[in-house]
Design a protein around this ligand. Structure first.
Ligand code: ISQ
Length: 159
């Protein structure tokens, strides 16, 4: 099943709403990631030496924005092209950082759950199962593209 215009609109419109409150939502997003997987704290330089999640930390905000923005872009491409295409250099970069950090499949699942919870909080009463499905699919396809690149890169390092 392809990605419909309606699904694309659900993702785009919810991201437009969420953009109005990036500080709250990025904090909420990281809180969810750490609630689901406390050990993920060690993966982020700005969380390593603290028990709390720093509010208004620029790195935290930019990390959160990247995940949401790329998922939103993935939704647009899914509708336009039927697949997620990340530019070669961006994909290579994403593949190598995630590989270097030792990220594996279950990490992507944690972040997926945190993304969905954050959208739910961000859009309030506009939240629906359909919106959840659209975000989940866009995220899954983006995560699959990154993980494919990680496999390729791992094979180059260790053929
Ligand atoms: C993955 N890549 C970049 C930033 C992130 C922030 C939170 C969770 C996962 C992430």
């Amino acid at each position: 099943m392809g990605f419909s215009e309606k699904q694309e609109a659900l993702v785009k419109d919810s991201w437009e709403i969420m953009k109005n409150d990036i500080p709250t939502l990025s904090l909420y997003f990281f809180t969810q990631v750490l609630e689901i997987a406390p050990s993920a704290r060690g993966l982020f330089s700005f969380l390593k030496d603290t028990d709390e999640i720093p509010e208004n930390n620029p790195k935290l905000k930019s990390h959160a924005i990247k995940v949401f923005k790329m998922t939103c872009e993935a939704a647009i491409q899914l509708r336009e092209k039927g697949e997620v295409v990340v530019s070669g250099s961006t994909l290579k970069y994403l593949g190598s950082v995630h590989l270097q950090k030792g990220i594996v499949g279950p990490h992507f699942e944690v972040v997926k759950e945190a993304v969905l919870r954050t959208v739910e909080k961000g859009v309030g009463e506009k939240w629906s199962e359909e919106m959840k499905g659209a975000w989940a699919e866009a995220y899954d396809q983006l995560a699959a593209a990154i993980q494919d690149e990680m496999k390729k890169e791992a094979a180059e390092i260790n053929p």
